[in-house]
Design a protein around this ligand. Structure first.
Ligand code: ADQ
Length: 489
């Protein structure tokens, strides 16, 4: 069956509408923010919100998340609830309020300075502070209270997102063993050697084993998780069934590769207004008829932006005939700037770009153009369509949706994707030119190969990748997880 928004809704109605569904995530699907004196409701660009919004609409469930918009408190009722989406209120968003200290310890601290580098083997050392860990635990308990409260006397399903809420399922299961729980882990799971350094590794594993289903993007991360459990705690790992049995309870560990809304991106990209937009970008950035490379990332050390710039430098060193003929545009909104390692990385990128520019630039040409602002998903499509080559060079990435968005927008079968083999996407997009971002010479040669690839080969590769993403779209991801949950209820 080809999955789309409509049949996902039908599956949800048929399978679970008799029971309550609660989604829990750190980030909310709708934020209220002040814009002058007015309050605006905005949707953060997130694949997860996109996939789960139709699910929630279909089952009229409740989504629990940290209320982080500056006007969030003005828009909830006395129970901290607001009906969303604003244009057609169908489901409930229940906001959880965190103090500044809680946000620091739980989100910036343990989640992003501890777990994020622990799970991304990107050679940035994790920082583990006991005080952050204590706050992290308290915040997980806080979320649990809200879930229990929202579930009331209903029986139902809880679907937890990501590494911010490792301990939630176990707390819930202790209080309400009748609830069926799944959690999706959006980032990689490291090998057991790397995981061992976390001082609270055992508690994290016990925490996650409260789930009935634990999902990762790829089988390799599932295997790493099973292996970590096997070597770390007292539990029985069943490698045949891909499951863990602990205290008489089974947790199924399964791959569910996340994706994008292929049809939506594909149809938006065909709007002729983008031809004009592309011309505007070419004029504004003085690209003329030059070949163009594009990179789209949150500025994060795991995305391998430094390695990418080094490869571009090497490319110009080796192939000076491309000087003045190729420009690389890097789009990257700054993220997690409160964290020292991110601030440092941001400075590093800026200095490297300046160094490369100084080395090669001419009066009317710049080798690397860095755009730090945030772009809307529609604006990104112009850049995807403009690119002769799109580069994803993550040092480690659970999936990487940028690669899939690029493929979805190239209805013309043009453009070449250079993709790090350390992304989950590389398992599905095998027609991309795969690279190891640390192997600078090969990376540089791959840029040349991409720029010189014959049109027919480009088209053939792109067509195959488009087929893969069309079929394995984001609605399939959500549909498969919900169907598995239902089987266990
Ligand atoms: P992220 O690390 O945030 O997500 P990714 O999968 O690349 O990474 O998704 C980023 C999203 O942000 C894309 O939809 C992209 O369009 C958008 N984005 C990136 N740069 C942008 C820019 N300059 N302006 C505007 N938008 C931009 C985590 C994991 C990934 C996993 C996802 C989903 O780290 O491995 O793929 O969750 O599970």
């Amino acid at each position: 069956m080809a999955w789309d928004k409509q049949n996902l809704k039908e599956v949800i109605r048929e399978k679970i509408s008799d029971r309550k569904l609660i989604v829990v995530s750190n980030r909310e699907p709708y934020l209220h923010i002040y814009s002058g004196d007015e309050i605006r409701c905005v949707t953060p660009a997130s694949g997860v919100a996109l996939a789960l919004d139709p699910v929630m609409r279909a089952c009229e469930g409740t989504w629990i998340a940290h209320g982080s918009g500056d006007a969030d408190r003005e828009t909830v009722d006395s129970n901290d609830r607001v009906k969303v989406p604003p244009e057609e209120p169908t489901y409930t968003l229940r906001r959880v309020w965190l103090t500044r200290e809680e946000e620091d310890g739980y989100y910036h601290g343990f989640s992003n300075e501890g777990l994020w580098p622990l799970c991304h083997i990107a050679f940035t050392r994790p920082t583990f502070n006991e005080s952050d860990w204590n706050v992290y635990r308290k915040v997980n308990e806080k979320f649990a209270e809200v879930v229990i409260n929202e579930m009331g006397n209903n029986s139902g399903f809880v679907f937890i997102q990501d590494y911010h809420l490792c301990l939630l399922s176990r707390i819930l299961k202790k209080k309400r063993p009748d609830i069926t729980i799944a959690q999706f882990w959006h980032i990689p799971w490291p090998n057991r050697e790397a995981f061992r350094i976390c001082p609270w590794g055992e508690e994290i594993l016990y925490g996650l084993l409260g789930n009935d289903i634990l999902g990762f993007h790829i089988r390799y991360h599932c295997q790493n998780f099973l292996d970590t459990v096997d070597r770390t705690i007292e539990a029985r790992v069943d490698y045949e069934r891909f499951s863990v049995i602990h205290e008489g309870k089974e947790t199924l560990v399964r791959p569910f590769p996340i994706s994008v809304d292929f049809e939506k991106i594909n149809s938006i990209a065909q709007d002729t207004k983008y031809d004009e937009e592309i011309k505007k970008i070419r004029r504004a950035l003085r690209l003329k008829n030059r070949l163009v490379g594009v990179g789209v990332d949150r500025i994060d050390y795991a995305k391998g932006i430094v390695e990418r710039f080094k490869a571009i430098d090497r490319f110009f060193e080796r192939y000076p005939e491309y000087l003045g003929r190729f420009s690389f545009i890097q789009l990257g909104p700054i993220s997690r700037i409160h964290i020292h390692s991110y601030k440092e990385y941001n400075d590093k990128i800026y200095h490297l770009m300046t160094e490369i520019d100084e080395k090669y630039k001419t009066r009317d040409w710049q080798p690397i153009i860095l755009q730090k602002s945030h772009f809307s998903p529609k604006e990104l499509i112009s850049y995807y369509r403009l690119a002769d080559v799109l580069i994803v060079s993550s040092l480690h990435d659970g999936m990487n949706l940028v690669a899939k968005e690029f493929v979805s927008s190239r209805f013309d079968n043009g453009g070449v994707l250079i993709l790090s083999r350390f992304t989950g996407s590389a398992r599905e997009l095998s027609e991309a030119l795969l690279i190891n971002p640390f192997a600078t010479d090969h990376f540089a040669d791959t840029i040349k190969r991409a720029l010189e690839m014959p049109t027919e080969e480009k088209a053939k590769r792109m067509e195959k990748m488009r087929e893969v993403v069309r079929e394995n779209n984001v609605y399939r991801w959500a549909g498969k997880i919900i169907s598995e949950l239902k089987k266990l209820a």
